[in-house]
Design a protein around this ligand. Structure first.
Ligand code: SAM
Length: 233
C-alpha cells in the first residue's frame, strides 16, 4: 500500500523556490544520471553525433542541460521549461560560462509542455536523445507528459527519464528527506516532501505507458527513491 498521491504545482515559479532549487547542490545525483545515460547508449550500441539533437525537458536552472552539453559538446542541446524564473536562472548560468567558451551548443526555450502536448506549440524538430529529471511528477495529468514526449520523438529517438517515486508513507518520505536533504533551506525541504507525495509508483507509470501506447519503454525502480523510464522509439 502506498500513500495517496498529492499533486504539487506544475511549474516552479515562486522566486524563493527557484532560488533555493538553483542554489542546491545536486551534482552527485546529476552526474550519476549522465553516467547511466552514457551506459545505456553503450549497451544499446547507439551514438549521438554532431547532427543529433538532445532535449532536456523541464530543465529548471539548467544543471542537467549543462552536463549533457559537456558530454556532447558538438551536439545541439535544447533545455525546455515552462517557468520564466527557472529559465532566467538557466540563461544567467549560461552567460556566466560564456567567457570560458562553454555551453555554446545550448539553447533554452520557455515552453509549457502542456502546449506541446495539445499542439498549441508546434515543435518541428525531433529529439535524438530526450531526457528529463524530476519532471514527470509535476504533471497533474501525466498523459500530457507522454503526449509531449511522443510529439517530439520519431523512430529511433532515445528517451531516458528519471524521477522520484512515491514512498509508502509520510514517515518514509521524511526519512528520505533527512537522509538526502538534511540541512537544506526550509523551502527546499518542503518542495522535496511535496515532490515525494506527488510522485508516481512504477506500477502507475506502467499503466500510463500502456494507455499511451508506449509499452516498449521500460520502467523500473532505482535505488531507494527513484524510478527510471527508458527506451527507444
Ligand atoms: C524539480 S525541477 C527539475 C529541474 C531539473 N530537471 C533538475 O533535474 O534539477 C522541475 C522543472 O520542471 C518544470 N516543469 C514542470 N511542469 C512543466 C511543464 N508542464 N512544462 C514545462 N516545464 C515544466 C518546472 O518549472 C521545474 O523547473
Amino acid at each position: 500500500m502506498c500513500m495517496k498521491r498529492l499533486p504539487e504545482p506544475e511549474l516552479m515559479q515562486n522566486p524563493l523556490q527557484v532560488q533555493a532549487y538553483s542554489e542546491a547542490d545536486f551534482s552527485n545525483s546529476d552526474a550519476l544520471l549522465i553516467r547511466r545515460i552514457e551506459e545505456y547508449l553503450l549497451v544499446k550500441g547507439k551514438q549521438i553525433d554532431s547532427k543529433s539533437l538532445i532535449i532536456d525537458l523541464g530543465c529548471g536552472p539548467g544543471n542537467i542541460t549543462e552536463l549533457l552539453s559537456r558530454s556532447w559538446p558538438s551536439v545541439r542541446v535544447f533545455g525546455i521549461d515552462g517557468s520564466g524564473p527557472m529559465l532566467a536562472e538557466a540563461r544567467n548560468r549560461k552567460d556566466r560560462r560564456k567567457s570560458f567558451n562553454d555551453l555554446r551548443n545550448v539553447s533554452y526555450f520557455c515552453w509549457n509542455l502542456l502546449s506541446i502536448a495539445d499542439g498549441t506549440i508546434n515543435f518541428k524538430g525531433t529529439g535524438d536523445l530526450i531526457v528529463s529529471n524530476s519532471l514527470l511528477h509535476h504533471f497533474h495529468d501525466p498523459s500530457q507528459f507522454w503526449k509531449a514526449l511522443k510529439s517530439m520523438s520519431s523512430k529511433g529517438s532515445i528517451t531516458f527519464h528519471r524521477d522520484l517515486r512515491r514512498p509508502s508513507s509520510m514517515d518514509e518520505a521524511k526519512a528520505l528527506q533527512k537522509m538526502y536533504l538534511p540541512d537544506s533551506p526550509e523551502v527546499l525541504i518542503n518542495d522535496y516532501l511535496a515532490s515525494l507525495q506527488a510522485a508516481f509508483t512504477v506500477e502507475e507509470v506502467k499503466t500510463q505507458l500502456h494507455i499511451e501506447g508506449l509499452d516498449h519503454l521500460s520502467v523500473y525502480e532505482v535505488e531507494d527513491r527513484y524510478l527510471e523510464v527508458v527506451g527507444i522509439f
